[in-house]
Ligand binder design. Sequence first.
Ligand SMILES: [Zn+2]
Length: 245
Amino acid sequence: MIPDEKNRITLACRALLIQEENRNVLLETGIGAFFNPVLRDRYGVDEQDHILLNSLKEQGLSHTDIDYVILSHLHFDHAGGLLAKWEEGVEPRLLFPNARYLVSQAAWERAAHPHARDRASFIPHLNELLMKSQRLILVKKEKQDLLGEHYRFMFSDGHTPGLMHTIFKNNQDTIIFASDLIPGLPWVHLPISMGYDRFPETLIDEKKKLLEFAIQQDAHVFYTHDPHVSMSKIRQDEKGKFIPV
Ligand SMILES: [Zn+2]
């Protein structure tokens, strides 16, 4: 990846839609279009539109058709798409009026009480809006009865406390939602971590565990931020280095 003159690299903000017989489950919402023009420029957000809404439309869906939105954490590039597009003088409002929103208890608390170092990564008033919706579910354990047997959760703390990884498994496939523990292919290599990671050494230990689990399950690892690749399987070479395949 080659950085631009402001030392920024190209990243995607990718969500995953799981369509089951009678429900639509959305894993994250991307960055959306909630930023005002000043912030949009600062973070170099290329898209003016709420791209996720366009992508849902291509599938014949609207945000009102989503039954569950599962959020790995509440950083703006993962949860910003919960909000309608920014408009001058209009208060932020939540999309997905028929969905339950799932967030881990620890990620919720971090968003409510951020550290000075990561405060800018959270969206002001988002917790309040989610709480007011009365459709918020705070997840504390691996299994959530509502979601059924195909879903379970793993948690990590290295990127941010309470990062929640959805593991979806049916008869054919297993998908692990790596979120910011492994945001894209370059981060599969163990020692590589992001400047945003709060606890890099913890992250590397957790990443190793997740990659070993992915190999053992022959799972697809889903990457939210890789600009080119949405999923890969993992193998280890003879020296033990993890490689996306
Ligand atoms: Zn993050």
